[in-house]
Each structure stands twice: as C-alpha cells, then as structure tokens.
Design a protein around this ligand. Structure first.
Ligand code: SF4
Length: 255
C-alpha cells in the first residue's frame, strides 16, 4: 500500500515554518506539524491548548507573519502534505511532527511520516513515548526521535502509572537507537526536580546511544542556576553526552 492510496485524516493544531528551539538541532529551520490531543498532563506543559482536540488547524502564512489561515478538523493527509510542501524552503531541514502527542493518532502520523519520506523530507518526531508499539510502527520513516522522559516531579500521569510510562519511553529510545535514528532523550527540569530523579534517570539510560538534554522549564517552576549545575554534574557521565538547552524559540519570539 502506498502512502497516497488512503487519504488518512487527523486532527491538527498548527502547521508552521520556524526554527527548532529545543535540543541538539536547535536553530535549524523546520516545518512543524502539531497534532492535537495528548494523553498526559505534565505540570509544565507549554502547549495546553493542544492537549485536547481543537476545531481548527491554523497555518501561519507567510511564515513569521503571525497571520493564519484556518482549516476545519479533521484534515486530510493530502491537504497536510500540500501545506508542508508550500512552506518548504531551500533552507528547511526537516518536518517536525510534534504535539499534543503524535502517538495518539498513530495511523495518521504513520501515513504522514511515510508521505514525507516519499517526498525526500527528513522527519523529526517529538513524542512522550507512551506507546512502544505505536512508536515501533513509525520507526522506518523517521530520521530523528526526541523522546520526553517524564519524571515523578512532572506529575504527567497518576503515580501508579509512572513506572510503565517510563518503561515505554525507554523502549522507544532503545528501538530508535537500534534502528540508526538520531536519538535524543529529553528531560524537562523544574525547580522541584531532585538529584535522585536525575541519578535514577541516568542509571536507566545506561548503554543507550542517545544524547541527553536537560531542558529548563521556561515558565512557572523554572529552575535556578544552582539546580541546573547540580543536575548537570549528576548526569555528566552519561556516555551519549549531556546538554543543558533552554527553549530558544521563546527567546526569539517565533512559534
Ligand atoms: S506530554 Fe507534552 S503535550 Fe502532553 S501534557 Fe506533557 S508537555 Fe503537554
């Protein structure tokens, strides 16, 4: 079955062209496709509007203008690809599929990744990694995987579900790394994030070929410099390397 043979539909929040503001690919131009809907509830969530379904998908056009066209959800894969191709420029490096949580719409996101790959557009998937099975179905069509590791202080899910969530996240990281995908493990750092949480995370990441990004929360709960230095030192022996990288797009005032 070719990616074009079924016009899958999905619920999207936004499509826009901007600069990657997080992680090791920071500063690279990407097309962002933000899915609507998420299964978690992190305290630091910076896109709460897209934790639920939304009526319209907004497309910023032209890029950087703050002007938006709207399309009623659900939108078709063919329409989504047309927006991506219209926004693509010579300097654009990849398509970032983000959320919300992309794995909440596994069929649409898989078809989207396949269609991007068929067009020769590299795919960067940002996910909370809650489903190892859904992630595994995507892996052949993605080039970069940034998996959020949820810590107890994030309160992303009920405490009794946290162990299973982290096991799934780690499985996603392992399968991405094994498949040769550029793999990034990201943990948001709050002022309440403890040394024990980061030490525990690093011991779980042992043997994994992935860079570890400690991302200071931008808004409420933002950690101070002493906290960041303490946690960086605790993670500094991670073999894949550790980086403290804030969300740069917020400093630039871009989407
Ligand atoms: S997983 Fe992402 S979108 Fe979902 S609540 Fe957490 S930060 Fe927000």
């Amino acid at each position: 079955m070719t990616p074009q043979s079924i016009d899958e539909i999905g619920s999207l929040g936004e499509i826009f062209s901007s600069f990657q503001g997080e992680g090791p690919l920071i500063g690279r131009r990407q097309i962002f496709v933000r899915t609507a809907g998420c299964n978690l509830g992190c305290t630091y969530c910076d896109s709460p509007r897209f934790r639920r379904d939304v009526e319209f998908c907004e497309v910023e056009d032209p890029p950087g203008s703050g002007l938006f066209r709207r399309a009623k959800n659900p939108v078709a894969l063919s329409w989504t690809m047309a927006q991506i191709l219209a926004l693509w420029t010579v300097g654009t490096t990849s398509v970032s599929i983000t959320g919300g949580e992309p794995l909440c719409q596994p069929d649409f996101v898989r078809a989207l990744a396949m269609s991007c790959a068929a067009e020769g557009l590299p795919v960067y998937l940002e996910t909370n990694g809650f489903s190892q099975n859904r992630f595994a179905r995507l892996i052949s069509w993605i080039d970069f995987a940034a998996v959020d590791i949820k810590l107890p202080s994030h309160r992303a899910c009920p405490p009794e579900e946290w162990g299973q969530l982290v096991e799934n996240e780690l499985s996603c990281l392992r399968s991405a790394s094994r498949a040769g995908v550029v793999t990034i493990a990201k943990a948001v750092i709050l002022e309440t994030t403890s040394l024990e949480e980061i030490e525990g995370l690093c011991s779980r990441l042992q043997g994994l070929d992935a860079s570890l990004v400690l991302q200071p929360a931008s808004g409420r709960g933002r950690p101070g410099p002493e906290k960041l230095m303490l946690l960086y030192e605790a993670a500094s022996e991670h073999p894949g390397g550790v980086l403290v990288i804030p969300q740069a797009h917020k400093m630039m005032g871009v989407l």
